[in-house]
Design a protein around this ligand. Structure first.
Ligand SMILES: [Zn+2]
Length: 481
């Protein structure tokens, strides 16, 4: 029996607003616990919530960025459950009228484009944080501390349809979503800080069958590595169970990074367990056309748009996606440099390979302000036109990273310019042929390895001051006509 996996992703995005979702407490990034609290985010009796307008603007931007339709008359619901870090005993969320519905995100896997259908984008608030002392896990902690700084921070949940078919695809989707919230400027998008946290719903079913298998939810991951490993592990675990005719239980599991397995947490709640009802403290949410337009006008950039701009310069899809997901300065530097070189591939290779590599090595995180696209383009042109060797280009770049030099004058001042003077090359070639008659007699065809040896000899006799491409050309003409 051939089994196919189906995955749906639920992602929580922490919005980068000044204040919390339903009170005016500041959103803080600190380890000092319980410094940004009020009766509302502590869930004290009688405290009333007031929605954060900026957060609503952000969720509309995200919904539009994910190509969703906007629900113009929505509302907030209470999702009831007990947990020590949820002081109200309910979380304000949205149930049947989410802000965004029926959207899609374009994702890139290697060199092909795929589409992930988005089911809904809804607004909610974050919980506080439980810190389990001793083991870090609730089941074996010696005691638990509560920090309510995060309680009430605006969260957006983005839910896909169950149509993702591999761990790789899930990772590409999260990368795209993360870039979207960064490009929209609505979240810092830092995975290590938990700005994006994701759950994966995974099931396996017989290939060709219309029905999905029993789904298992893996909760609360915030690294792409864990996501990929957890999904791969879970697909294998479920596949083996089905093949062994064991039944899969609908449950929530977590990824254990140390043991590299998923472990059962609890049997899965259905939405009925949360006893959703509309929040009587909050009015219905009306999002009118004017508000949508204001939000739309805030959208300056999306990863999809950036990718198109990059593709238009001639880059391949995977190279475009690489720059799209990278740091902003590199994206901009590429665009301005390629305008001057007109050569997308060598510009991409030089910036992402040599430049980034040397910056990493020298531990430079920011380009010196003199190292602009004009200088880089002039350097790229020097070796692309065979005026300097690639080795010299690397040396010039190293110099450029510490000193404001002009690549071309530096190359000529330091005797790095290679000669393409045919007469000079011809003289060198002739003398090498004369000196190596034994080898010349053994040559069978232009592809012979010994041709490379002779080119090397010419380069050596010129002290690398001639261009190897031109040397080979002249040599082959002399030898084979
Ligand atoms: Zn508060």
């Amino acid at each position: 029996m051939n089994l196919k996996p189906t995955i749906g992703m639920e992602t929580h995005v922490e919005l980068d607003t000044e204040s919390k979702m339903f009170c005016s407490c500041k959103v803080v990034e600190t380890d000092e616990p319980n410094i940004s609290l009020c009766p509302t985010c502590l869930g004290l009796p009688g405290a009333l919530p007031v929605p954060n307008k900026k957060a609503i603007e952000y969720i509309v931007m995200l919904s539009l960025g994910a190509n969703c339709s906007i629900t113009k008359e929505g509302m907030f619901h209470r999702k009831n459950y007990f947990y020590p870090d949820l002081p109200k005993n309910y979380q304000i969320s949205q149930f049947d009228f989410p802000v965004g519905v029926e959207g899609s995100l374009e994702i890139v896997i290697e060199d092909s484009l795929h589409t992930v259908a988005i089911e809904r984008v809804h607004m909610e608030e974050d919980t506080g944080k439980s810190i389990h002392l001793g083991s870090g896990r609730i089941d074996s902690a010696t005691s638990t501390l509560l920090d309510f700084n995060r309680s009430g921070v605006p969260l957006v949940e983005v839910v896909t349809k169950p149509i993702i078919s591999s761990a790789k695809m899930a990772v590409a989707y999260i990368e795209e979503l993360r870039q979207l919230v960064i490009d929209l400027g609505i979240s810092k998008g830092k995975l290590e800080k938990g700005n994006l946290r994701f759950d994966a719903n995974i099931s396996v079913a017989e290939e060709g069958s219309d029905e999905l298998g029993v789904k298992v939810e893996i909760k609360n991951m915030n690294s792409l590595k864990s996501l990929e490993k957890a999904i791969d592990y879970e697909i294998l675990r479920q596949t083996k169970m089905v093949q062994d005719k064991e039944s899969i239980i609908q449950e929530t599991r977590h990824w254990d990074e140390n043991k590299q397995v998923t472990l059962s947490m609890r049997t899965k709640e259905g939405s009925a367990d949360y006893r959703y009802f509309s929040d009587p403290d909050l009015p219905n949410m009306v999002i009118n056309d004017e508000f949508i337009e204001i939000s739309q006008n805030q959208i300056k950039e999306t990863p999809e748009k950036k990718r198109k701009t990059l593709l238009d310069t001639g880059l391949s899809l995977s190279d475009s996606n690489y720059l799209d997901k990278g740091q902003r300065w590199l994206y901009e530097l590429y665009l301005s440099t390629v305008k001057e070189t007109g050569d997308c591939k060598s510009t991409f290779n030089f910036l992402t390979g040599e430049l980034q590599g040397q910056m990493r090595k020298a531990e430079i995180s920011e380009l010196p302000q003199w190292l602009n696209s004009e200088k880089l383009a002039s350097l790229i042109n020097l070796f692309e036109n065979n005026e300097v060797s690639f080795t010299s280009a690397k040396d010039i770049l190293a110099k450029l990273l510490i000193e404001d030099i002009d690549p071309k004058s530096f190359a000529s001042d330091n005797n790095l310019i290679q000669s393409s003077d045919n007469d000079e090359i011809k003289a060198l070639v002739t003398s090498i042929i004369n000196e190596n008659q034994d080898i010349v007699e053994r040559l069978e065809n232009p592809e012979d390895k010994l041709v490379g040896y002779l080119v090397g000899q010419v380069m050596k006799s010129s002290k690398s001051k001639v261009n190897p491409g031109s040397v080979k050309e002249v040599l082959l003409k002399e030898l084979f006509g």
